[in-house]
Design a protein around this ligand. Structure first.
Ligand code: AGP
Length: 609
């Protein structure tokens, strides 16, 4: 997620801008910049890399002025570079904007503005907003901002500055956070409370659609139509560390709860307005291109590998193209059969995992065409692959991957529907039906996150067991693997996932009285078979916690506890079924007093083979 700061007051703006951006570094970023009005013009200074590079750049000529804005960029559109860094200006340099989020209709707006003669300097969606403001400005800064907001679609928090109105900043938000800090003769704007907490604890938390005009001694808040809004002052009583986690105790819990927004941000720009198809503007594949492949490989590590297993199911089911999934550290040593009729897909949240990068390079050496699915723009894997699809989950800080997994699943699903559309292997009405279900997923993740009390109880009751099994069939088995990894890596419980139908071939010998078994039974196509496996473990007196779809009233007769997830197409239910497993792992780790965000022996990005 990008970081935004703004200052207007009687002190120099730059010190707060740099201080505020420093406090937002935890959000992850690849470049930074500031803009300050010096009494005559707006000075813009920006630099790729860490804040230290920006500080070095302005050393000796620190911008002087009493009003300014700043930004740390987490790239979504356009690689990390000086030019793509924010703030962005219009042609004249009279209007400047910083932005966190995604403008979904930026390409169509950019084409229109270029036709009107606007000259763009960057590859970003954000720069469109500055030129749109210039185009719509008729002498009234606030009115022009409101006109801009009528024309942009997407998620955003925005702060605008104008040379023509150098005593005010205008800010607004939609689906991304923005707070206003109330000082004495000065006021502050920030994406998040940590940036302002040392200056003031009196804040306004902006709501979606609200527009604030911020001066050094006043804050005027209205709705998008200009109707004044009465706001209560929110007194911040968090300490700085808690503020970075948005009030959550750990980054992992914060990121689990960010999944509705992360999935929405990843999905929305890729669903056609008429809901009839998936649009992958970054690919532009043709029938001839897809027919040129005889096999697809999906290669990854850890959680990303588990996402790849689900991706295999999606692609094979919807396109009938054969898919082979492999663990990156094994792939190279299996003498894989790769040639120019192979499409190699690698999945990696960090885009820096050495095993995955090495597998990608090996597949290219053998002639494969390549595609990366990653969360980090400009990462090594993104740069090595021929083509890239980005998950827009925002930075994932906790070692245990959660929002990366669900956004990888949603991306794999959309890719499979996109490919099926090209190969005409999916009926139009089935496509619409799946996309309609897809649109409900963010809200359904929120719903699945509400049912947390039973999970906390299970974590307390079974959290001290040293062995736990996760079983399932088909897609349920793939999710069982992810659930076992989550529990293992943060609670240190020896959790094992097993194909439910395979238990009787040996592993059933380990099922003894009282052992907890998490049984996933969401896939109707294999439900009866899964039920018989559940009866097998119950007959050995295991404690079974079932994970079932909302409309399942059968499972509770055969298990000790049931956690239900919202009803959706069984292809999409893995995205919901994993939520209780993430929460179970989290609360089990809490029960056992483990370091949730930084588990022993593990790193967030494994850059060694
Ligand atoms: C997942 O919870 C783990 N932290 C780990 O397995 C991770 O998924 C794996 O190292 C792959 O990382 P990547 O997605 O950044 O390539």
């Amino acid at each position: 997620m990008c970081g935004i700061v703004g200052y207007v007051g009687t002190n120099q703006a730059t010190p707060f801008l740099i201080e505020g951006l420093t406090k937002l570094e935890y959000r992850g970023y690849d470049s930074a910049g500031i803009a300050v009005f010096d009494g005559e013009k707006i000075i813009v200074e920006k630099s790729v890399g860490r804040l230290a590079s920006l500080k070095e750049k302005i050393a000796g000529h620190v911008p002087q002025g009493l009003i300014g804005i700043g930004h740390t960029r987490w790239a979504t559109h356009g690689r990390p570079s000086d030019l793509n860094a924010h703030p962005h200006t219009d042609c004249s340099g009279d209007f400047v904007v910083v932005h966190n989020g995604i403008i979904e209709n930026y390409l169509s707006l950019k084409e229109k503005l270029i036709k009107k003669g606007h000259v763009f300097k960057s590859e970003t969606d954000t720069e469109v907003i500055a030129h749109l403001l210039e185009e719509l400005y008729k002498g009234d800064f606030e009115a022009a901002v409101r006109e801009v907001l009528k024309r942009i679609d997407g998620s955003y928090s925005l702060v605008f500055m104008s040379r023509n109105d150098p005593d005010k900043l205008i800010c607004t938000k939609q689906d991304n956070p923005l707070v206003i800090g109330l000082g004495d003769g000065e006021n502050f704007i920030a994406s998040d409370i940590p940036a302002i907490i040392t200056r003031t604890r009196r804040t306004y938390i902006l709501n979606d659609g609200e527009v604030a005009v911020v001066k050094k001694d006043s804050v005027w808040i209205t709705d998008r139509e200009g109707i004044p809004v009465t706001k209560k002052i929110f007194e911040v009583n968090w300490n700085a560390e808690a503020a970075e986690k948005g009030g959550y105790e750990h980054f992992m819990l914060k990121e689990i709860h960010e999944q509705p927004k992360a999935v929405r941000n990843t999905m929305s720009p890729r669903i056609a307005k008429d809901g009839a198809s998936i649009v992958m503007s970054e690919l532009k594949w043709t029938r001839e291109y897809l027919d040129s492949f005889e096999k697809i490989f999906i290669v990854a590590c850890g959680t990303a590998y588990h996402a790849g297993l689900v991706g295999k199911y999606y692609i094979e089911k919807l396109t009938r193209i054969p898919v082979e999934v492999d663990i990156a550290s094994e792939f190279r040593y299996r003498s894989p059969i790769i040639n120019d009729r192979t499409l190699m897909m690698v999945v990696s949240q960090s885009g820096e995992t050495s095993d995955t990068l090495a597998a990608l390079k090996e597949s290219k050496r053998l002639g494969a065409r390549t595609l990366a699915i990653t969360n980090v723009v400009g990462s090594s894997i993104a740069r090595e692959a021929d083509q890239v699809i980005y998950t827009w989950a925002g930075p994932e800080i906790a070692v245990a991957s959660t929002k990366a997994y669900t956004t990888q699943l949603i991306t794999m699903f959309m890719l499979a529907v996109y490919m099926a559309g090209i190969k005409e292997t999916l009926a139009p009405e089935r496509t619409r039906e799946l996309i309609a279900c897809l649109r409900e997923i963010p809200a359904q993740i929120s719903e699945a996150l509400e049912d947390v009390e039973p999970i906390k109880t299970f974590a307390k009751e079974y959290g001290f067991n040293e062995d736990v099994f996760f079983i399932g069939r088909s897609l349920d088995y793939d999710v069982a693997m992810e659930g076992a990894l989550k529990l293992k890596e943060i609670s240190y419980i020896h959790a094992e996932s097993y194909a439910a139908g395979e238990l009787k071939h040996g592993t059933l010998a380990l099922i003894v009285e009282g052992i907890p078994v998490i049984a996933l039974a969401t896939q109707k196509s294999v439900y009866e078979k899964t039920l018989s496996n559940i009866k097998e473990v119950k007959a050995r007196d295991a404690i079974v916690i079932g994970i079932a779809a909302q409309d399942d009233n059968e499972l509770e007769k055969y298990v000790d506890h049931v956690i239900k997830v919202p009803q959706t197409d069984e292809l999409l239910i893995p995205i919901l079924a994993v939520i209780p497993l993430q929460l179970l792992a989290y609360y089990a780790a809490i029960t056992r007093g483990c370091d949730v965000d930084k588990p022993r022996n593990l790193a967030k990005s494994v850059t060694v083979e």
